[in-house]
Design a protein around this ligand. Sequence first.
Ligand SMILES: CCCC/C=C/CC(=O)SCCNC(=O)CCNC(=O)[C@H](O)C(C)(C)COP(=O)(O)OP(=O)(O)OC[C@H]1O[C@@H](n2cnc3c(N)ncnc32)[C@H](O)[C@@H]1OP(=O)(O)O
Length: 389
Amino acid sequence: MAHRKRTLCVKNQKRRFLQVPALQLHVSKTAMRASQKDFESALSQVKLLKDPGNEVKLKLYALYKQATEGPCNTPKPGVFDLINKAKWDAWNALGSLPKETARQNYVDLVSGLSSSSDSSSQVKPEADRKQRGYETLVVTSEDSITKIMMNRPAKKNAITTQMYNEIMLALKAASKDDSAITVLTGNGDYYSSGNDLSNFTDIPPEGIEEKAKSSAILLRDFVDCFIDFPKPLIAAVNGPAVGISVTILGLFDTVYASSRATFHTPFSHLGQSPEGCSSYTFPKIMGPAKAAEMLIFGKKLTAAEACAQGLVSEVFPDSTFQKEVWTRLKAYSKLPPNAMRISKQVIRNREKEKLHAINAEESRVLQERWLSDECTNAVMNFLTRKAKL
Ligand SMILES: CCCC/C=C/CC(=O)SCCNC(=O)CCNC(=O)[C@H](O)C(C)(C)COP(=O)(O)OP(=O)(O)OC[C@H]1O[C@@H](n2cnc3c(N)ncnc32)[C@H](O)[C@@H]1OP(=O)(O)O
């Protein structure tokens, strides 16, 4: 794994942004030729979508009018005619955008909405393909892909004891199901804010030492599941990632990140020390000097920096992240599953024993750290809202 560099490619070179007042739509060069047929098919498709919300409906309305009638040509409605005024404003904001560009933007917008309602990070409560039995996750299996989505968006997907246990269960199930690849992602604006710091407040009657001990066992078991996971494991990092959600990325086979994602391991700030085998994988991936800045000094990386340093395979613009990642993964999931599994074993197996030993050592060191004043004070400061990252 010497100084691993994953394919670096921020996907904005082949792209251009079409900017119009109040609207910024992302359009690929090759896609600038939507036919009348594509447009009509988008018009039918839009009726099948679930309500995309008023803002998107206004964009659709404006693009439709521009595509069919050209620039806004009706008198401005009065101030009290709120709905028609909002529609007029949206259409008028498109200025002199050519009809064919508006038609293309309409088709792109509908296509983005369809794919995000197919496979976005939004939770579909009654989806048939959802696996039941998880409270902190949404686990789905479709198109030979098992998707494990951390689902505590209001808490930035902070990982509780229950979530650690559920992720382990989900990984064990995914290792045996008939999916070809497994994906970990987050629901909402964060990928994950790492360990839920309130885990430290649940002290058993045996005392704080016992808590530190059981937490170290949990940490070790959790990281072991990633070391041993037999199929290609992909992280779809949909937003900021903190702490253990960052360190375990070194154990994934591919890491896709939204341009909005950041990567932050503030262990010293928290009186803690590296885990997730990052004390070994990070220096290998990015070199010792860059790893030290992250793991000792808590330097936060942008998605582009994490990609340049080899922690991330590829960065996608946030606006198209879901669509592009799931299109890519659907294609990968059709590759022969046994060949992918065996390739992963060939790449990873010789490191496994070493990784288990490193995990054990990191967990042992952390068990002591959790009992230190530095750690106790940092956690208390967060929980009493005196400090955030
Ligand atoms: C047993 C195994 C142990 C393995 C050890 C692993 C080490 C680590 O993972 S270290 C990393 C620990 N994580 C943190 O220190 C992050 C703490 N959170 C924050 O600094 C901030 O919440 C944020 C920067 C992530 C987000 O700030 P923002 O202002 O946008 O949102 P908030 O209002 O703070 O958050 C919303 C809500 O979520 C709660 N929350 C967020 N992260 C955590 C967390 N890690 N632990 C507990 N709670 C968290 C936050 O308190 C808010 O809750 P309320 O709405 O109830 O106030």
